[in-house]
Design a protein. Structure first.
Length: 140
């Protein structure tokens, strides 16, 4: 866990983080697990995940927030091996509530969040500019 040196490992103080996860956070969340095809999925259960957030980004076109995670621990249906690197959309991480391990220096986290929010603001402005100049393909 490369980025965990600034996290509050000793105290293990968890707090709510739904909607505002940052790079460097250690998070816990639950996700639904499905089998079958994309067009015909079958729900098979839930998986609990504890992971370190390695990276986050906003998709340029659809404004989808994506997180790259390193799995620390996983349980439930089809658990993921510790150390595995996975990507998850923000909407899926936040869906059932998210907890994060508090940082020993929360002001350092505030700086990371400020950068994240700034990039999100820029991405939204660019999206709005694109929409303004794209032709309208509405069907009559």
């Amino acid at each position: 866990m490369d980025n965990m040196e600034h996290n509050n490992k000793e105290a293990n103080v968890w707090c709510g983080a739904t909607g505002d996860v940052a790079t460097g956070d250690v998070i816990q969340f639950t996700e639904a697990v499905f089998e079958g095809s994309f067009s015909n999925p079958a729900y098979v259960g839930d998986r609990n995940i504890m992971a370190e957030v390695l990276r986050e980004s906003y998709g340029a076109v659809k404004q989808q927030h994506t997180f790259t995670l390193r799995i620390i621990k996983s349980s439930g249906t089809k658990p993921i091996l510790p150390g595995a690197i996975v990507r998850r959309k923000g909407r899926n991480i936040y869906r059932n509530g998210t907890l994060r391990l508090m940082w020993a220096d929360e002001t350092a986290r505030d700086k990371v969040l400020a950068d994240k929010h700034s990039r999100g603001d820029i991405a939204r402005v660019r999206r709005d500019e694109r929409r303004e100049y794209e032709p309208n393909f509405a069907v009559s």
